[in-house]
Design a protein around this ligand. Structure first.
Ligand SMILES: [Zn+2]
Ligand SMILES: [Zn+2]
Length: 335
């Protein structure tokens, strides 16, 4: 059996049709017929070898939704025909202290769905069934696919850092991640301020649940936010005036990065000393966080705003992501 996919054969190249023989189905593995796969910015970073660790041929794709078609001998929590999602992480050791705590994303042996293994821009994928999550029935596959990475990435820090309904939350960047962060923080009951470099996103940011909108270029509006926020989540890769955002933190506030700023960040320690503020990072989420996120998203009808395109138009869809024109997540669909 060969699996048909789309692969980058070298850094920064367009994807080309690519077929491969999958590994034998291991005892914990499942095979999934992919129906939908979101395009995450991390896919672009992998295609371009931005992190200097890409392995080619590289089949991107880690916001996968599809139907289970085969089960390894040990898989008992899923059945053929189940609709499941697979995100950034495809496996871990399952026995270290972090795996035992349900923080598999901290496992030193964690493996990535689409680097070193072939990902979701394909007809089929085989992966560890323990990292496949049932999609709640009331979530449409197209809108649920981006939850597997984008949703997990922004939901997990809200829980990890104990964001409470009384808090004032800032979301920097209203894109694939940010538009989900606004929705989750709003559903938590927080007062949400959206920060975007695109003033034309104000109406949509408010439609996602933002109470306030601040254009990143509006220095006066940024100044007015000093000491106004308890938790800020940054989803952008751009270099911003981070000092201005640190100043926005209220005492004990936290600035949490889920997107990697392009350049090293410098700030004066006084800025966090006087408010006892914290700077933090967060990366995807463990299995319990992802399962909880999906259930919460289904209950509160939190989904990604998507634009679906047929899988064979993958290069056009990637171009749209590169140009920042995706509103808000491109999702590839197998016809
Ligand atoms: Zn991702
Ligand atoms: Zn582990």
């Amino acid at each position: 059996m060969q699996i048909n996919a789309y692969a980058a054969m070298a850094a920064k190249q367009s994807l080309a049709q690519f077929a491969y023989d999958p590994d034998n189905l291991g005892p914990w593995d499942i095979e999934v017929a992919i129906t939908h796969c979101g395009i995450c910015h991390s896919d672009i970073h992998l295609i371009d070898n931005d992190w200097q660790n890409s392995i080619y041929p590289l089949v991107p794709g880690h916001e996968i939704v599809g139907t289970v078609t085969q089960l390894g001998a040990q898989v008992t929590h899923l059945q053929k025909g189940d609709r499941v999602g697979i995100g950034w992480q495809r496996s871990s050791c399952m026995s270290c202290e972090w795996c035992v705590k349900g923080e598999e994303n901290m496992c030193l042996q964690n493996e990535t769905t689409c680097n070193g293994h072939f990902g979701g821009f394909a007809k089929v994928i085989r992966a560890d069934g323990r990292f496949a999550f049932k999609i709640p029935v009331n979530l449409a596959s197209e809108n649920a696919a981006p939850l597997l990475c984008g949703g997990a990435t922004v939901y997990s820090p809200l829980r990890l850092y104990d964001v409470k309904p009384s808090m004032r939350v800032g979301v920097i960047g209203i894109g694939g991640l940010g538009h989900l962060a606004v929705q989750f923080a709003g559903a938590f009951g927080c007062e949400v301020t959206a920060f975007s470099s695109s003033p034309d996103k104000e109406a949509e940011a408010r439609s996602f649940g933002a109470h306030h909108f601040v254009a990143g270029s509006d220095r006066g509006a940024l100044e007015k936010c000093v000491r106004s926020l308890d938790f800020i989540i940054s989803t952008v890769y751009a270099d911003l005036d981070w000092g201005a955002y640190i100043k926005m933190l209220r005492p004990h506030g936290r600035l949490c990065f889920v997107g990697a700023a392009a350049s090293p960040i410098t700030f004066h320690v006084f800025q966090i000393l006087l408010t006892q503020a914290s700077l933090s990072g967060s990366v995807i989420g463990g299995r319990p966080a992802i399962a909880e996120m999906l259930e919460f998203a289904a209950r509160r009808n939190i989904v990604a705003k998507t634009e679906a395109v047929p899988m064979d138009q993958v290069n056009g869809a990637i171009a749209k992501v590169r140009q920042g024109k995706a509103r808000y997540r491109m999702v590839l669909v197998n016809q």
